[in-house]
Design a protein around this ligand. Structure first.
Ligand SMILES: [Zn+2]
Length: 255
């Protein structure tokens, strides 16, 4: 029996205990209590996305661990859990985006949020230049002109043309972190400008070394290109969680 099946079995038994009226202690960690509408969060384990905020609600999808989401509404207190209405990104089992209700016990806050919406067309370990190097970024495809947003608050340290990247914006964050947004059609910010979480940076394009409209998104620390769980050919909502808590960066994203 796989670990995943065991997990689902556990969730069913927990639901059964609630239905039988057995008291189930609700985890109210400091982190979980910070949930509010329009924050990005991601799943810390497999999580049932339901059609109502109750343990008896139909399951729309069981989201994989490390699925990025964004809270639209809530909370709702039912059956011993605190529920929210989420936008849920695609995952390895189901590439499409869905909306639905889930309990927040198996969700947490990210440090960065995805800067746009669309399909992940290339992930970190894909190769480039005939296999001589790794991609070390995340490509998201959509139409020309799709809005690009800051993945976290910070200072624009560069906005302009770079060979390969085309039109690109660099945003510097605390503790040596930097995000890069490449191949943009137009840039709407300038160097030195402060941008808040989720603030508009410009529009998607295909400038530089690119074969179609997409954004090449990188998270760096002290120059190193960082990785996080990302699944090719899955669909993202904008401003949903980049599913990782990076070390040495504090706080949460509130775009
Ligand atoms: Zn790329």
């Amino acid at each position: 029996m796989s670990k995943d099946v065991n997990r689902r079995k556990f969730m069913r038994s927990a639901a059964g205990a609630v239905a039988a009226g057995v008291a189930v202690p609700t985890a109210m960690s400091e982190e979980a209590s910070a949930h509010s509408a329009w924050q990005p969060v991601y799943t810390t384990d497999r999580l049932n996305i339901r059609d109502s905020p109750t343990v008896g609600g139909g399951t729309i999808r069981t989201a994989d661990q490390y699925t990025g989401m964004r809270i639209e509404d809530g909370p709702y207190y039912n059956d011993g859990y605190r529920w929210w209405y989420f936008r849920v990104n695609g995952d390895a089992d189901e590439p499409g985006r869905v909306r639905g209700y889930a309990a927040d016990d198996w969700t947490t806050h990210p440090n960065f949020a995805y800067p746009t919406w669309g399909r992940i067309s290339s992930t970190y370990w894909d190769t480039r230049d005939g296999g001589s190097r790794y991609h070390r970024g995340c490509d998201i495809t959509n139409d020309y002109g799709t809005n690009i947003y800051a993945a976290r608050e910070g200072t624009v340290s560069y906005a302009g043309w770079v060979s390969g990247y085309g039109n690109v914006v660099y945003v510097d964050h605390e503790n040596g972190y930097q995000t890069r947004y490449a191949h943009m059609d137009s840039i709407g910010v300038s160097s030195g400008q402060w941008v808040g979480d989720g603030e508009y940076l410009g529009e998607m394009g295909s400038t530089g070394n690119s074969t179609g409209p997409h954004i090449h998104f990188e998270i760096r620390r002290n120059g190193d290109k960082l990785n996080w769980p990302m699944v090719e050919d899955t669909y993202l909502w904008s401003k949903t969680a980049v599913p990782k808590n990076f070390p040495y960066i504090s706080g949460t994203v509130y775009p």
